[in-house]
Design a protein around this ligand. Sequence first.
Ligand code: BES
Ligand code: MN
Ligand code: ZN
Length: 505
Amino acid sequence: MNFELKTLDLAAAARLKTDVLIVLVSAAFKPSRGSLAELILRARQSADLDATPAKLLSVWRPEGVSAERVLLVSTGDGHARQVRQAVTAAVASLKSVAPKSLAICLEDASQQRLHAITQAVADTSYVYTATKPTAKASVLKRVVLGLPTAEQTKAAKSDFDHACAQAAGVGLAKEWGNRPANHATPSMLAKVAQTLAKKPRVRCEVLGPAQIIKLGMGSFAAVAQGSREPMRFIVLHYNGAAKTEAPTVLVGKGITFDTGGISIKPAAAMDEMKFDMCGAASVLGTFEALAQLQPAINVVGLIPTCENMPGGLALKPGDVVTSMSGQTIEVLNTDAEGRLILCDALTYAKRFKPRAVIDIATLTGACVVSLGHVRSGLFSASDELAHALEAAGEAALDPCWRLPLDDEYAEGLKSNFADVANVGGRDGGAITAAKFLQRFAKDYPWAHLDIAGSAWKSGAAKGATGRPVGLLLHYLLGTVPARQAKTAAVQTQTANRRRAPTRLA
Ligand code: BES
Ligand code: MN
Ligand code: ZN
């Protein structure tokens, strides 16, 4: 799908050749002249288009309008969340129409609104087809976003580019999140990374079992040992700045299927554990977006990926493994495997002398109990990093919520047989998991995002959400130094966000 940004007042919109014209109408709509404006005014005056957000009025071939079909949609007070709701309702209502082209007119843009619109169009028109050949793929090819004046269009350009890159990144994360475990093995995820590495400024290395063991990643390797699928350690680099510029490192949990291992999970909804690589998918999606935007920053992506299976070779409760950090770990529960693969990746991250490390993981059911499916869990001992991530989440409509890291929460992780146990008690499970990770992330500013509740939806709408690509991309673009944002834009002729990091911090 291709998004285009255009100057389009209502008169120009009426002349535009497109299958469907969607006009977003806020409560503050000011009528102008012309057939389209009059149509909106009359609809507003009747009860057919009151100001309730997402209220729809579909008009077929109205006079004086070139589009086949016009959809008037109320956006309430015009806030981004209501705009998202309105666009979602409008695009969803077009399922049977299956338009090839779409134009969306808005009264004025804000960064949040542009994000809301592109994300809503991409999400609502997404169709999963990889293992469902009978599904009708979306035929939507062209989506025009129209702003009333040339000045507005010009001012919105870099936010628009960001929004398009985010939609592409979220799309990739959703697609790989959704693929079943036999169609998204560790080797297949490594191939996705290698394909990303064909893009400018992206490089990729893939390590196999022998190299991972040689590095001393005994904790990661222990999780993988019960499966026939060989583990992979994926290292992605995005280099948009000088080599001397410290990178941000993203670490994504890539358990392609989590049975729980010998501490096996109950059967109900176990299929959803194919989504246990959504952290990894969010790192891949973020790299897709970075490659598209080419910002002047350095980013490293680390993905430890394997299956967590029971079997004759599998890790057993009580086994003690040695992590790459040298710390020994007593594995009291083989289902707490995410932290076992992440801890070695966090140790590996040290070599990049990172400015910050953020891990992203579908880590605990306890996080779902705490925060439900609305906000991701955020943990960080650094107020600066935490505040920047919180702000990025709000701006991208991909919110998170900070949880505490008091040392008392680590009490339960004490072990008589190793330096640390991999589980504490049941209480505060999301926090004890974060406390475990923190032991391996002492050498740099670190944050942990628990996306167990936000990475996918269950029930009839079962599917990956592509979160938190929006949050991550927003955060990363906020780390572009203002001075370098300019140079990179000139060098690459690509519009970057010309923003100082302080905007987000
Ligand atoms: N991948 C799961 C976490 C999970 C469970 C995410 C359900 C979303 C829904 C993780 O590997 C896991 O099994 N965690 C255990 C930890 C426990 C054994 C301490 C959990 O949350 O039950
Ligand atoms: Mn598990
Ligand atoms: Zn897991």
